[in-house]
Design a protein around this ligand. Structure first.
Ligand code: ATP
Ligand code: MG
Ligand code: FE
Length: 343
């Protein structure tokens, strides 16, 4: 199958064409970092307008890059949520128009499902079930991925997402937006042991994550004015890693009992090399394969949406043209609600 995918749920406008034999035939991505940088974060209205301006010409450009026509697609996939609703609507309505004009089926993809299945685009040997750490700007979850559309949430954050903690730390240190890569770079020059920082919920009996207290501790340490920024960055990153590994250990035990053979990391934070290395160690200790998609597939992109659409199309799935865009859309609707903002 050949699927055209659209991503517009945050501040990346992206279009890709992907085939069921795991070829990314063509893809384009336009980041809006320059538009949002003056505000230190994504402004929803600016994002929606930028998607609306860029998306249609980008679809044409990707078809041209591939040397293909809409008629050669087997389905049109787009992120239908969760995310900033204005941007999601722009992407979904564009996909609906393309599906209507070409007579091809529409497939609405959960953005998180795109992240969750992206490792299978890069690695044909990755089979269900697997344990997934999904860590991005808006989410931090441990999921047992049992099949396409079959996810069990083992843990989520009770306050900030991990990427959000990186972004806020970057802001505190004056590193600008987006913050994750900048904090990682600065951490390389610092001494993690130079600043004592808390590790929220370390060793706790409850399975969830918490990063708000860590971020506040970074703020207080910065205000104290006695530490080098590089040491603060390194100490923050190490504390975050310690929390992630502690929480992941609990989930690994559950996943092993459920027959999982791999530990997988996805979402924008999966681009972080120190976090990857720590997870790889945890996987090795437990006899699990470690799978992390290439960096370009970690942060928001359309290839992962086209791929998730492809996996759903192969199972015979399609969606009606009146499908609604959803600002919130949990992958595991049966999961217990947690206190705080986590979903
Ligand atoms: P969601 O997928 O939850 O809707 P999102 O779309 O903002 O959120 P992604 O594009 O998947 O998320 O990831 C962006 C996040 O990843 C940002 O918070 C960014 O700081 C973080 N990130 C990117 N690269 C790194 C890195 N090298 N180290 C740490 N964090 C990183
Ligand atoms: Mg982004
Ligand atoms: Fe994302």
């Amino acid at each position: 199958k050949t699927i055209l995918g659209i991503e517009s749920s945050c501040d990346e406008t992206a279009v890709a064409i992907v085939t069921s034999d795991r070829q990314i035939v063509a893809q384009r991505i336009a980041s809006q970092d320059d538009e949002h940088r003056p505000f230190g974060g994504v402004v929803p209205e600016i994002a929606a307008r930028a998607h609306a301006e860029r998306l249609a010409p980008m679809v044409q450009a990707v078809l041209d890059d591939a040397g293909m026509t809409l008629g050669q697609m087997d389905a049109i996939a787009a992120t239908a949520g969760p995310g900033l609703i204005g941007g999601v609507m722009v992407g979904l309505v564009t996909a609906k128009a393309l599906a209507m004009a070409s007579g091809k089926p529409l497939i609405g993809v959960n953005h998180l499902e795109g992240h969750a299945l992206s490792p299978r685009l890069a690695d044909a040997s990755l089979t269900f079930p697997y344990l997934l750490l999904l860590a991005s700007g808006g989410h931090c979850q441990l999921l047992l991925v049992r099949g396409v559309g079959d996810y069990r949430r083992l843990a989520t954050t009770i306050d900030d997402a991990l990427g959000e903690a990186f972004d806020k730390t970057a802001k505190i240190l004056g590193l600008g937006y987006p913050g994750g890569p900048a904090v990682e770079r600065l951490a390389l020059e610092g001494d993690a042991k130079a600043v004592p920082l808390p590790r929220p919920l370390l060793g706790s009996a409850e399975p969830h994550f918490s990063f708000a207290g860590l971020k506040s501790a970074v703020l207080r340490a910065k205000q104290a004015g006695i530490h080098a920024d590089a040491d603060l960055a390194a100490a923050f990153q190490q504390a975050a890693i310690d929390c992630v590994i502690d929480r992941a250990k609990r989930a690994v035990a559950v996943a092993l009992a459920e027959g999982a053979t791999a530990l997988v990391v996805a979402g924008g934070v999966a681009a972080n090399k120190a976090i990857r290395a720590a997870l790889e160690g945890l996987a090795a200790q437990n006899g699990l394969a470690f799978v992390a998609p290439p960096l370009a597939l970690c942060t928001d992109n359309a290839a992962m949406i086209a791929w998730a659409g492809c996996e759903k199309a192969l199972l015979g799935h399609s969606d009606p043209l009146d499908m609604a865009a959803r600002p919130r859309w949990p992958l595991d609707p049966d999961a217990e609600p947690v206190r705080g903002a986590g979903v």
